[in-house]
Design a protein around this ligand. Sequence first.
Ligand code: 2U9
Length: 341
Amino acid sequence: MALASLIEALLTMEAAALAAVESASDSSGLEQVRVEYLGRKDGRISGILRRLGEIDPEERPAVGAEANRVKARLQEELEAREALLGDGGSAEAAQDLSLPGRRGWTGGLHPVTRVLDEICAIFAGLGFTRARGPEAETEWYNFVALNTPMDHPAADEQDTLYLQGGGLLRSHTSPVQIRTMEQYRPPIRILAPGIVYRRDAWDATHAPGFAQLEGLVVDEGVTFVDFKATLAEFARRFWGEGTRVRFRPSFFPFTEPSAEVDVKRVIRRPDGTVHETDWLEIMGAGMVDPAVLENVGIDPERYSGFAFGMGPGRIAMLRYGINDIRLLHDNDVRFLGQFTS
Ligand code: 2U9
């Protein structure tokens, strides 16, 4: 027997042994493979080594070395497969069913969209529908119809971007309410969500374009009580039953009287202790100024109403503890990915 044929026998056997390890599905299968190949008495490697006598003495060390390599390799593969099959000793037990599943990447709604939808859903429950209008507006719809002549200081405060030909980008969604009142007779209960524009530079609390959400109610016999009760009910549905609401006197050209609305969250912890947040400003609001109703041909002697405006971006920042408005505009999935669910 030549040296080459013994080495070849070892290599053929090695390939068969490795295939047998690979297809073993439990510990007892692996043990069978071990005995068949590595067994001291009847193992196939021992069988090959027993034939060493058939070759020249000086060639025997080369075969011995190759046999040792194959033994070591096989031992290693047996141990690796045993570890893979796990303590339970079978391919099925190797699947740890308590591990969390691997989820694929999914998109999610932007935090501002979430807050906006949630607010709209609450007001939908109070009888409001959604209304939309153009972002490119006229001075009439954005300012003048809203009782804000162009030389009024409030027009300066809401300085916006002007378009060639006299148009402008709306600085609030109030023009949507004017257009709705022109088109529909009361009763009116609408929400006007949308993007608005200001001549502001970017910083942590300002953006030149941002989402706004305004609401308008016009009907016969709408009073300050309806106004306060509606907004307080909204606040309790959004922030929780125990939420307190405060109306601070303010001024807007299109409402009279006007108010800033604040909420204070009262959080009852499971251990019975109560935590109160600071007062948080959430919106501006007021009774619709009679001059605004007159501007759209609604008789202020017969009809009255209230209106409010809020920034869903600001509300999202309060809710999620976001400290820089620019995070809402960057479209960075490392930030936005925290709001998927
Ligand atoms: C009509 C009549 C009245 C809408 C109102 C506010 C008060 C207000 C701000 C909140 C934060 C804008 O997003 S913000 O910067 N809005 O304070 N808005 S009353 O009043 C109207 C609107 C339309 C016809």
